[in-house]
Design a protein around this ligand. Structure first.
Ligand SMILES: Cc1ncc(COP(=O)(O)O)c(C=O)c1O
Length: 407
């Protein structure tokens, strides 16, 4: 029977997505158990989480955090809501403590905490550049970066992914016409698991008089001896004008931070609308992030384990001829079109893996993929059967679905 809706245009748009195998639906998780999640009474190995260090479901860590607050005078305990913007009454001692800690770890003048990475990128870029300026961004930079650039009105020049020669060509051509210029990149790329060449980007920013904006969302906690990210590892921290880290991934919480000079932070808190016009991060969460950050340098063994698990899985995917790429804890298996990717993801779910098909617009058209995201609390026994399963699922695709799948 035909269903009537007062929103036919929206219903049609959904049908169009469905026809292109590109409709998203929410899948509910009932509980977490280490690297596993439970849904509809079934247990799945979670390969879609950014909890890279395996901290988010670590009961001992949570207990230690709660024990710290037990018996504390409620008047001084960090609350569950900031109840206003940081610029009204929402700036708590917990935020200030976290910012002091972050700035000290990065040996930089200042830090500023945001409610999320999306807020941070949108707010910073729109505050830093405008219509007379130019932004040179990696073609695969995250949607939050792109949205910030588009909203800023700055002229956008996208260079081919990781291609610094192409970036330099664009800088030669377009830098002279712009007032300010910003080079924007992720460090470890979220959907590709590969890494930006930070020393080369730092050299280009100097040569052409630009600012360098680095989003370390997928590297903070995971990369570098202390877990500060790719800039720490490549010894380029001093070259990054604006470094963004997020707490929602390896740092098992929510929120984001900017590391920069004091003048930048003072400017940003006066100009970044997603900082000014939103409720601040709950103080209790700021306290949790500080609690974890104080321990970050001790998790070297977790970082090593994550890297060795990732290398082993990538190797065994290759051994079966599967197109696994990336070089870090994120392993994309690019299958091409939506239909085979969706089919393989569904087969994997049936086999007990929590794995989603990553499709446009999250990735470029024709590059739909499985994104295997590993966490340090997984065991090799949990992963060892996975390559064979992917291979079998791919083999079971209808030939028509495989067209252009690159398999
Ligand atoms: C590279 C990158 N930057 C920023 C964000 C946004 O961070 P948040 O989830 O804290 O809003 C994401 C989220 O996936 C990301 O992958």
């Amino acid at each position: 029977m035909e269903t009537r809706t007062p929103y036919p245009a929206l219903a049609e748009a959904l049908q169009a997505l469905q026809a292109k195998d590109n409709l998203r639906v929410l899948m509910t998780i009932e509980k977490r158990e280490g690297p596993f999640v439970w849904s509809n009474g079934r247990r799945f190995l979670n390969l879609s989480s950014n909890d890279y260090l395996g901290l988010a479901a670590d009961p001992a860590l949570q207990e230690a955090f709660h024990a710290r607050h037990r018996g504390q005078n409620p008047a001084f305990a960090p609350g569950l809501s900031a109840s206003s913007s940081r610029l009204l009454s929402g700036s708590h001692a917990a935020h200030a403590r976290l910012e002091t800690l972050l700035a000290a770890c990065y040996q930089r003048e200042a830090a500023l905490v945001f409610t999320s990475g999306y807020h941070a990128n949108l707010g910073l870029i729109t505050a830093l550049v405008g219509p007379r300026d130019a932004v040179f961004a990696d073609r695969l930079a995250h949607a939050s970066l792109l949205d910030g650039i588009l909203l800023s009105g700055a002229k956008l020049h996208r260079y081919r992914h990781l291609d610094c020669d192409h970036l330099e060509m664009l800088l030669v051509k377009h830098r002279p016409g712009a007032s300010k210029a910003l080079i924007v990149t992720e460090s470890i790329f979220s959907m590709d698991g590969d890494a930006a060449d930070l020393p080369r980007l730092a050299a280009l920013k100097k040569k052409y008089g630009c600012w360098l904006y680095l989003d370390e969302a997928h590297a903070v906690g995971v990369v570098g001896e202390k877990g500060l990210g790719l800039a720490e590892k490549t010894r380029t921290l001093g070259e990054i004008d604006f470094l963004i880290g997020t707490f929602g991934k390896a740092l098992a919480g929510l929120g984001a931070f900017l590391i920069a000079d004091r003048v930048v932070v003072d400017y940003v808190l006066n100009h970044a609308r997603p900082f000014i016009f939103t409720t601040a991060l709950p103080p209790l969460l700021a306290d949790w992030q500080a609690f974890l950050w104080e321990r970050l340098h001790t998790w070297g063994p977790r970082r090593e384990r994550l890297l060795s698990l990732s290398a082993r899985l990538r190797q065994s995917l290759h051994a079966l001829g599967l197109p696994a790429t990336g070089q870090a804890h994120i392993i994309p298996v690019v299958l091409g079109e939506n239909a085979p990717t969706l089919h393989v993801a569904q087969e994997m779910q049936t086999a007990g893996y929590w794995l989603m098909a990553i499709r446009p617009p999250t990735v470029m058209q024709g590059t739909a993929r499985l994104r295997l995201s590993l966490t340090a609390d997984m065991r090799w026994e949990d992963l060892s059967g996975l390559p064979q399963r992917v291979s079998a699922a791919l083999a079971s695709c209808r030939p028509s679905a495989l067209k252009g799948a690159g398999a």
